[in-house]
Design a protein around this ligand. Structure first.
Ligand code: PAF
Length: 250
């Protein structure tokens, strides 16, 4: 496995690859959800790239960024074990040579749900994903359905900017209790971790959104939103100041 840190080296490496490329972008803090995306890329394509970049522009909350459970050494050894071909671990200056002067902005769907509650979040996500796609030019790029709004926006961005990469959604990986895997779960206390499964249970209960909200509040959650969009029910909650999101098909 080769670790690449600079844009120059990434471009040189990319030029030499003629076979199919799969790409899994991450913020680090890898868990089984990420590993399922990487396994799919290893299975479906000849060369797999993973990026580990804690992208500050998508964090509207400084504390959330500072407490994000990054663990680069553990991530690297996991990726080595999986036989990933290339890991890209740039720093901020490499990814943002002009600071944050240039941005990708979507003006419609990104204003709902996560975008409404986390101003600027999707500008940061779309901007960094666009940069990574321009550099790696993957045939296929894999995203988890836990961040379904993000997946839809990235897919639409690629259509809009005529990017050839296929954007592939992968099923959310869950704990036995139903709780969606997330790097942020590591910030939960044992008690909250157990309670967190109620979020998924209520979201998939089939009850009306107001009822779901009421029940979650009774269980001790702070509810950011419960919202229906197309054939999915989306939710975001706080438990002990840890923000959790999820969505289920209805
Ligand atoms: O889903 C994530 O982990 C991030 O939003 C992504 C796609 C890696 C962009 O930084």
């Amino acid at each position: 496995m080769k670790i690449i840190k600079t844009i120059k080296e990434l471009k040189e490496t990319r030029r030499g690859i003629l076979k199919s490329i799969g790409f899994v972008p991450t913020l680090g803090g890898l868990h089984d959800g990420h590993l399922s995306l990487i396994e799919e890329s290893l299975k479906k394509t000849d060369t797999t790239f993973v990026s580990v970049f804690l992208n500050p522009t998508q964090f509207n909350n400084k504390k959330d960024l500072e407490t994000y459970p990054a663990q680069i050494e553990d991530d690297i050894s996991l990726l080595k074990k999986m036989n990933v071909d290339f890991v890209f671990t740039p720093n901020y200056e490499a990814m943002y040579p002009n600071g944050y002067d240039f941005q990708i902005k979507e003006n419609n769907f990104s204003n709902l749900m996560e975008g409404e509650k986390r101003p600027g979040h999707f500008d940061g996500v779309l901007t960094v994903v666009m940069k990574l796609l321009q550099l790696i030019k993957p045939n296929q790029c894999f995203f988890g359905e836990k961040d379904y709004q993000q997946f839809l926006l990235i897919k639409k961005m690629c259509e809009e900017f005529f990017i050839d990469s296929e954007i592939i959604p992968m099923k959310t990986i869950r704990e036995e209790s139903g709780l969606a895997l997330s790097s942020r779960n590591r910030k939960l206390t044992q008690d909250s971790f157990e309670k967190a499964s109620l979020f998924y249970r209520e979201l998939s209960s089939g009850e009306a959104n107001e009822k779901i909200k009421e029940k979650l509040i009774t269980h001790g959650f702070e509810v950011d939103y419960i919202y229906d969009y197309e054939n999915r029910k989306f939710g975001a909650v706080y438990l002990d100041e840890v923000r959790l999101i999820d969505n289920v098909e209805v």
